[in-house]
Ligand binder design. Structure first.
Ligand code: PHE
Ligand code: NA
Length: 501
């Protein structure tokens, strides 16, 4: 029996806000618009909705079911599901460790750029400023030990804030932060979109985004990229939703909540697509070229294209501040959710209090993160880890989890009955069919495709040792390390028995 009463969210509403806080992140703002544009523009709605309804939401429900039924961190919930499943939880925890340490660097950049945007402090050449003056990126890709003090200080700040929020606990820290930040984020972003739509050329931008290219639908790669976007964007397969669901009252309707989270996240993606492409339309017009010439995503979009737009647009300072504040708010709530996966796991396994676990986990992770990514080589390591963990890590762990729960541990029926007993949306036959057969097959196809691409062409033409250590090496090390962690005995007071017998 559990000695301490378990922490939790005070209501369904707070849980939904926290889940949206995790889901809405950099992926919505700087990844979705580009993926949609590349994947057929207006025609992308079809693969995207299919991916959401037939892959993303079913997997979200699986995560919810595991956490809500077994009521623990990812390793504890899976351990309670079956003795042999614990390592899957640790695999997810390790993926979160990897993502958290580099995600914090991007947030630090966004914080710095929020301040810079008041004075357009990046000057006339945002590209040279970002890679040269600000990151001081090394000439050859690879890790270095040269620290950049400006980045170091901001990263420490990001970690202090994150650890501070997490130390306040599930309701007061995670829940309250999301309830405050998410409405502010939505408001700020709506004002940004309206402002962007008034710019000259914005309509050309929207045309570029929404004009359907139906031919794109005949390419398998477009369907695969839709699934990849949905998984990353919904934060499924990371252990986050297992962890958060374990903090929800036993009587709560989980499937209805999941639908709200899924559609809110997609709604925000659509909004971001409109805002980003309106701004890119202006950028193309100002440069006298086509929208297709200025389209980029990720780091280049946020830290080079947007500063360029801000330099030239009427009301640029307002656009700049709103844009970088949005990145920061969206990113902080996501970072909190990733680190919480690790804290929850360590707290359960070692049997320590939340406060102790927060510091035992947060401080070493923060130190590693700051040391790795405030160097002149940090950007290359970041880029490599991001590319590999997203294209292999989360897809592989999701596929293995679905197949193992269905065929090895045979718990799909238990999980389905658990959700159906308290939910508004009933799972019936469609959910097991998707989770046990359709989605795993799809994921295996994706992994295969990704493996071929990454073997054929070295990512970004980076040197083999960089890719070998921080790409392939990391991806292979995680599941092995996870098995090791699962062999360590549980200390402390948590029961390893199924809590609902
Ligand atoms: N879902 C987030 C996004 O869309 C990304 C994320 C991934 C957040 C993993 C937390 C964990 O940006
Ligand atoms: Na998202």
């Amino acid at each position: 029996p559990e000695v301490k009463p378990k922490e939790g969210f005070s209501s369904r509403k707070v849980f939904i806000f926290a889940a949206i806080g995790s889901a809405v992140g950099l992926g919505n703002i700087w990844r979705f618009p580009y993926v949609a544009y590349e994947g057929g523009g207006g025609a992308f709605i079809i693969p995207y909705l299919c991916a959401l309804l037939f892959a993303g939401i079913p997997l979200l429900y699986l995560d919810y079911a595991v956490g809500h039924r077994f009521r623990g961190s990812a390793p504890l919930s899976l351990r309670r599901l079956h003795r042999g499943a614990e390592w899957l939880g640790w695999w997810q925890v390790l993926i979160c460790v990897v993502i958290a340490i580099y995600y914090a660097a991007i947030l630090a950049w966004a914080a710095k750029y929020t301040v810079l945007s008041f004075t357009k402090g990046w000057g006339d050449d945002p590209n040279a400023y970002f890679f040269g003056d600000y990151l001081q990126a090394a000439a050859t890709p690879g890790p270095t030990f040269d620290f950049v003090p400006g980045i170091l200080m901001t990263m420490i700040l990001v970690w202090v804030v994150t650890i501070g929020v997490l130390a306040m606990g599930v309701q007061t820290g995670i829940g309250r932060t999301a309830v405050v930040f998410i409405p502010v984020l939505v408001l700020a972003f709506i004002v940004l979109v309206i402002q962007a739509l008034t710019l000259d050329g914005s309509m050309e931008g929207l045309n570029a985004l929404f004009t359907p290219d139906w031919g794109a639908l005949t390419h398998g790669s477009v369907w695969i990229s839709a699934v990849g976007q949905i998984f990353f964007s919904l934060s499924v397969g990371f252990g986050i939703m297992i962890t958060y669901a374990s903090y929800v009252d036993r009587k709560t309707d989980m499937t209805g909540s999941g639908a709200v989270v899924g559609f809110s996240n997609s709604g925000f993606e659509l909004l971001a697509g409109i805002g980003v492409f309106a701004a890119l339309g202006f950028m193309a017009q100002a440069a006298g070229t086509e929208v297709s010439e200025v389209v980029t995503n990720g780091i280049g979009l946020a830290f080079v294209a947007f500063p360029t737009i801000i330099n030239e647009a009427p009301g640029g300072v307002v656009i700049g501040v709103l844009f970088f504040v949005s990145l920061l708010l969206a990113g902080v709530t996501s970072l909190i959710s990733i680190v919480e996966v690790v804290i929850g796991a360590v707290r359960d396994k070692v049997g320590i209090s939340r406060t102790a676990a927060t510091f035992v986990v947060g401080v070493p992770m923060g130190v590693v993160s700051v040391l790795m990514f405030s160097t002149t080589g940090g950007i290359y390591v970041l880029d490599t880890m991001d590319a590999f963990v997203n294209s292999f890590g989360i897809i592989a762990v999701a596929a293995v989890m679905m197949l193992a729960i269905t065929y090895v541990f045979r718990k799909l029926g238990v999980l389905q009955r658990h959700l159906d007993a308290r939910s508004s949306i009933k799972l019936r036959g469609w959910w097991p069919a998707l989770v046990a057969v359709v989605v795993p097959l799809l994921l295996i196809a994706m992994l295969w495709q990704e493996l071929k691409t990454k073997i054929d062409t070295p990512y970004e033409e980076y040197p083999a040792d960089l890719l070998g250590v921080f790409g392939w090496g990391m991806v292979v090390a995680l599941p092995i390390l996870a098995i090791g962690l699962s062999l360590i005995p549980w200390r402390g007071t948590v029961s390893l028995e199924d809590p609902t017998t």
